[in-house]
Each structure stands twice: as structure tokens, then as C-alpha cells.
Design a protein around this ligand. Structure first.
Ligand code: ZN
Length: 82
């Protein structure tokens, strides 16, 4: 499965966070690397949308659309700064 970059989910992120997030910096909870969201690895064909750390491959964010809501799992994300 080919990974896209974080820009592929700019609209999804804007819907969830009500802000432009592709230029925000996310810190991986596993390896501590800080990456611009637009540079994260995005997999759209996983169950839901999976966002992985470009350094260690840790799953940083998962978005699942269910019953008209978007469920968000950010447990792999230590920190996010705009
Ligand atoms: Zn990492």
C-alpha cells in the first residue's frame, strides 16, 4: 500500500480540528521525532485513515468515520503544536 503525505488529509484534519493543521508539528509518542503534519505518512486504505511517523512508523493518528461521526485516536501522538 502506497503512503500519501499529510496534505492528502488536509480537509479531514480541518473538519476535526477546525484549523489548518498541515503546517502544525506533531511529536511521535514512540520515538519523540517532531514532524510537520504535511510530511507524515498517510494510509487511506487501512480500516479508517491511518497516519504514521515517517521516522519509526508508529501509528500517530487514526480517523474512523462511523455513524456520521469521525472518531479520532491520537494515542500515538505525544504533542501537537500549531
Ligand atoms: Zn516515531
Amino acid at each position: 500500500m502506497d503512503a500519501l503525505d499529510g496534505n492528502a488529509i488536509a480537509g479531514l484534519l480541518h473538519n476535526v480540528f477546525s484549523s489548518e493543521m498541515t503546517t502544525a508539528t506533531g511529536t511521535c509518542a514512540t520515538c519523540g521525532s517532531a514532524s510537520v503534519v504535511g510530511e507524515l505518512m498517510v494510509y487511506l486504505q487501512a480500516p479508517g485513515t491511518v497516519v504514521r511517523c515517517p521516522v519509526c512508523g508508529n501509528i500517530m493518528m487514526v480517523f474512523v468515520r462511523r455513524k456520521g461521526m469521525t472518531c479520532v485516536d491520537l494515542t500515538g501522538l505525544a504533542h501537537m503544536a500549531a
